[in-house]
Structures are given as structure tokens and as C-alpha cells.
Design a binder for this molecule. Sequence first.
Ligand code: ADP
Ligand code: ZN
Ligand code: ZN
Length: 821
Amino acid sequence: MSLLPFENYFINVILPIPLQRLFTYRITEAESKFLKKGMRIAVPFGKKKICTALVYKIHQQEPNAYEAKSIHQILDDTPVVTELQLKHWEWISEYYMCSLGDVFRAALPSAFLLESETIVLKNPKFEDDSVLTDSEFLIYEALSQQSQLSVLEISSILSKKNIFPLLKTMLAKQAILLKEEIYESYTPKLVKYIKLNEKHSGDKALIELLGSLQRAKQQHKALLTYFSLDAQTRKPIKAKDLLEKSAVSIAVLKGLVDKEILEFYHIQEDRVSFGVAGGQLKELNQFQQVAFEEIEASFVDKAVTLLHGVTSSGKTEVYAKLIQKQIDQGKQVLFLLPEIALTTQLIDRLKKYFGGEISVFHSKYSMNERVEVYNNVLESKKNTQIVLGARSSLFLPFSNLGLIIVDEEHETSYKQFDPSPRYQARDTAVLLAYLHQAKTLLGSATPSLESYYNATNNKYGLVKLTKRFGEVQLPKIELVDIKEKHRKKRMTSHFSDRLLEEIQESIDNKEQVILFQNRRGFSPIVECETCAVAPGCPNCDVSLTFHKYRKELRCHYCNYRQSMPLNCAACGSTKLTTIGFGTEQIEMELNELFPDVNVGRMDLDTTRGKYGYQKIIGSFQSQEIDILVGTQMLSKGLDFGKVSLVGVMNADNMLNFPDFRAHERTFQMMVQVAGRSGRSKKRGKVIIQTFNPYHQILQQVSSNDYEGMYKEQLEDRWQFHYPPFYRILKITLRHRDLMTLDSASEWFGKSLTNAFKDNVLGPTAPSVSRVRNLYIKHITVKIPPKQSLKATKQHIVKIQNTFTAIGAYRGVRLGIDIDAY
Ligand code: ADP
Ligand code: ZN
Ligand code: ZN
């Protein structure tokens, strides 16, 4: 007698954790019919935990190593992750040596990844609770009593097991929030204007008015000034301008308003808006038109094309035209930007052209905003036909991409360093486009060496745009030898006489100035004059940075802070001096040198929060700021018409950075900041202060010789075995205990050397060898052009597996980074 085979159904899922393998759960037959690849389910994991998993495969093979648990519940009716996305994830996971779970966690907005430990809060902005179902209302009530609860707590308070779906709908109704969120609201700036009261229009009324004020001298003066301003500019008049021009007090203006002669009104100034009228694309000039046609021609047989266009050549307009063509054909476009907060100007321009079809996506957005964009893309809504986003927007569920544009493709922020997946968004974009059979356009004024190498070797197409728009000349770059200037006593603080002259000239011409200093804070470190000890961070192996504004010392690695000590911790001496200089110090020196000039500062400290950049960029644009001092943030694609001078305070600290790309990076940075000068009409100037004016890279910057820089750097790369010839794979080990770390990294290093011989460098301690109480060691593996990447990785995984099995090294954190640059 044979038994009927009992039908068993199982499901393989991806869990959002770093473990390589998939996990198997038991499901019912009905569930097996309903579930599809890419849907989410809640599953038990570990002892008590419940977390969100992604359906990967449904099958009937019982696992033999363990008893499969049942799933908790189903969370979606239809897949939230598409087949194409999963293919992309698989490629990322294989190429970057990370788990699918790592990609899962990075790819979905965190609201999609509820777990029993997730903390839930009431949304204070939620008002209409009538939209909630009875069960949802119970949760909402529980949250009113206690300001925050974990998913697990809610489920035990309500003695209800199935709350994941309820939380999901409540999130959709925006009744609740998940913790991790930081909220910031942006209040647009209100500017106070002044105008003539309606009653008094017409010439006759004016004469009467002035007559009536014969005895109120001040008011008379103010009104006269108002008329002359009005006649001169024919534009709305700011109350502030009238005050300045007429040299009266605000009380005088108020008096006039009380008499109903003048009146105040406000205009909400969109601080980052562009003065473009209408939504029409601009007509391309002849050079742009040629570039546009060349790109199209190149796409006929190349999947990737590099647009090498000098700063201010109008690459954006070329992009816009390409985008237009895609949407006319009903295709989606992904426009990648290096750091979205810095590119509000560009977003604004594209919004003007494609308003209703654009969505913006980035990690500073609130969770609700991110979920909304994700869902809209999933449903192929019209307003997501164009997505502008930072690197994480690669993970959106596109269905029909026609083109991916990677703007400023050389930017380092396209590389994700931590946590895993450590992907390079530009390269990952090329693959995504390939999966959609779409094209990729890389754009830059200073392409990365790798991309230019691919372009000159026919792997990518290459299109050049060598003229600035309006044929404004590229700025004139002058190198100033500050060693010489010091010797001749021609330095005032950190300013050479040349730089000061030029600043003065710009100010006199009512033009704006950008000063670049690649360090934030007041000065990098404080040092004791007696014993030369510098206060260091207790958690990291670095000196603390002095921030004058708050009179405190800070660690730029872990954010540790303490107030500025009065005496040296080592010898007690009170003679503490500051060494080096940062943005804050430059700002202060400027305030002394140019007391009448408004100085602004843009660095990590002044731009926190979602709208931090917008505020500063906005006030520079509206010319409330005359001189803007900043770090490398300034180099990113900003377009200000009134900037006639860019000054680089010190070019040397970048050149001396210990990294094989330091020279390439310096070139890119300098050319990019220089490119902010003289963008409209008049030729701009750039002053670069340096101790090494004859340095090859600075010479190349000053003659805008990209080709020369490229050739020379490429030779170095070849000679010293670096990309694009050799690949670089970097292994990072971290541990609290230095002895353990030393022995672990020695072991790992030896195992690698056995296999890869001379191509293994290290283990070495990085220049900052301890961060947040963890010691750090690096091992670099160079992979020669002919060596199989796949075999290399497989071997490294083998070593890794043996390593993790060694008890003594348990707790050593291991990170692998492919193309770690
Ligand atoms: P890039 O991105 O190459 O640095 P932009 O696209 O920012 O250059 O263009 C530089 C400036 O020239 C912008 O202010 C832009 O509005 C203007 N511009 C570029 N192309 C055109 C065009 N075809 N018609 C009118 N203005 C243009
Ligand atoms: Zn620290
Ligand atoms: Zn001392």
C-alpha cells in the first residue's frame, strides 16, 4: 500500500542581513499559489524576532539541514520588487561580493522593511482619524498613550499577532512614522517690499503727497527716494533698499505706512529658483547641436557614451534635449547626480522644463516621500518618467528605462564605501541600463581616468564640447607662489597681496567671489607650544579640530566634542596655539580685512539638514553674500552669474594626500572650482595659492590641459600597477583589541600572499588607524589585467570562510571593497 505523497511547499526568501544564503520557510498550498517572486512576507527569525523577507523562489524541496518554520504572514498582494531589479541585485551581489540581503536593505525604503524591533511613533501631523479602520485605530490609540512603541510591544499590547499589514496601511495613510526619521521643514524666505498705496496713483496725487509732507522732512526724503528708485529700476522695491538709499530709520517708513502713503507687502522668494521663463527647452547653439547629434550617432553602436564638456558649456541643455526625446517615446529616464542637496539649481532647471514628469529621490527625503516615489515608479506613474536622484535611485523599480545620465561622472560620491553593498553607482548604472537595453550617458568637464580610458579605447563613445556657452572664455588662472610671498612679507594672514587685490577689484565692481579651502573648522589642530602635544580624540586616532564659533574641539570622524581646554593636558602650559587653517578661520580673517563685505561660509557645519545648502546657495544667488568661503562642496556644478573671481587658499594639502588618485582628484577639483568663475559674459579669474607653483598638476590646471594630465597620470598608473590597468580590491579589518587585530590581519595577509604573491599590499594601518574605538587594518589586493576576476574573488571567499571559522578571530569585522577608489 503506498501513501499518497504529502504535498509540501517551501519558499526561499531574502532576509535583509549580511549572510550569503537564502532562507527556507514552509508555506501552505494556497500560499504557494498566491505568492510571487518579489512580494514581501513577514517571517520569524532567530528566537523572537519577526522581520520582512522577500520572496525569491517557491518550490517543494524540504531543506534537510533544519526544520523549516512557517511564515508569519503575507504583506503584499503584488510584487514590490521586479524581476529586472532582482537580476540587477544579483549582479551587484556577485560583483561587489555582498549578500542579496545587503542589497535588499539598501534598495528598499526602510518603511518597507518592518521588523519586530522597529520603533513606531504617531505622526503629529495626522489629523483625520476617521480614515482608520477599527484595528488601526486601536494601534493609533496605543501610540497616543505612549509616545513610541516597538512593533513587538504593539503586538503584545493588543495581543494581536498580525500587525505588520496594519502598520503597512497606517504608514500609507501617514498616521504613523518610523523612528529613524529626522524632520525638517523648510520655510521659504519672506522678503519685505514696499510700494505706494493704491490710493495715490496718478501724477497729480504725487505732487499733492509730497506737498503734504513739507514739514515731515525725513518722510519727505524717504518718499522722494522711493520715487527715484521706482523710476530707475521699475522693479519691486525692497524695504531694505529704500532704507539704505534714503538713509532714514525704519520708524520713518512706518510713519509713511501709517499715513497710508506707502504700504509693506511680502513676496515669498523662492530662494533657489532660476530666472528662466516658461517651460520651453532652450534652443541649442551650434556646438551643443553637434554634440547632441554625435551622442545620438554614438548610441547607435555604443551602449555608453562619455560627454566631455568644459565647465559652463551647457551640458545640461544637451541632456534636456536627450531627455525630451526619450519621453516623447514613452521611455523612462534616470538622471543621476552626485550629491543631490548640492544640485538644487540643476533640479530647478529641469523642473522648469519637465515639471509634471519629474520626481526627485534621495536619502535626505523623509521616509514618506521616498515610499511615495518608490510606489509611483512601481506603478509607472507619469510623474516618475524622469527620476532625478543620488546613487540610491538606481534601486527604484523602473520598468522601461531608455536612458541613464550620470552627471559629473568623476565625482567620488558615486562610490558607496560603507555599509555594504560598496557599489560604484556609475558602473552599476551602466549595468542597469544594459538590463533595460537602454543607453548610458556619462557627463563631466573632468572625466575620471577610467571613463576616459574606456572612451579612448573605443569601449565607450566619446563626444566633446570645448566651448563655453556664449563663447565666454575659460577663466584666466594665475598661480601665486606663497613661499615667495612669505619671504617678501607680502602675506596678510593667509592672503597673498595678489589675492587681496583681486578680491578688492571684484568687490569694487559689485561682483562676487568664491574662496576655496578644503578644510572645515577654524584650524585643523591645537598644539601646545611648550611640549608640542595636540589634544586627540579619545575614540579615534586623530587630533581634534578647533571650531572657533563654539570654542570647542571636535572629531571629524566620530563627532566627539569637548570645549577648548585652557591648558595642555600633558604639561599644563597655557600656551596653546592653532596650526593650519580651515574655512572658519578664513571667514574670520575676511571679516577683519573687508569689514563692509558680507561673508558666507559653506561647509559641513553650516549645511546640516535637508535645506542647509539651499539656504546658503539662495543667499549667495540673491547677492546677500559677497564672498562665499567653502570646502569642496563649492566645486559641484553651481552656476552663479556674478562670480568673477575664485580663489584657492592652498592647493598643496590636496596634492600631498597619500592616495594614488590624489593628482587626478586635485586636477578635477581645481578645474571644477575654477569653472565657477566668469560663467556669463565676462572672462573670470582664478587665483591659486601654492607652495609648489611648478607642480605638473597645477601647470596642467592653469592651462586647462586635461589631455596632458590624462596621459601623464595614465603612465603612472601603468607603471605602478593601478586602475584602469589593475583592479584594486581592498579588505578592511576592524577590532577593539589591537593585538587580536594584528594577528588576524597578519593571518589574512599571509593567506592572500600565498595565492597572489607580490600583488598583496599590507596589512597596513591607515593614516587614521582607530575610529570609534575600533582599530583598523587594510590589505590591498591588486588584480592584474589577465588574472580572472571571478577566480580571484572565489579564492578570497574561501580564505574568508576559513577565517571566520577561527575562534580567536571571532568579532573581527571584515569588509571587502571591489574597485575601492
Ligand atoms: P555646464 O553644466 O556644462 O557647466 P550649464 O548647463 O550650467 O553648463 O550652462 C551654463 C550656463 O549657460 C547656464 O546658465 C545656462 O542657462 C546657459 N546656457 C547653456 N546653454 C544655453 C542655450 N542653448 N541657450 C541659452 N542659455 C544656455
Ligand atoms: Zn573621534
Ligand atoms: Zn604641553
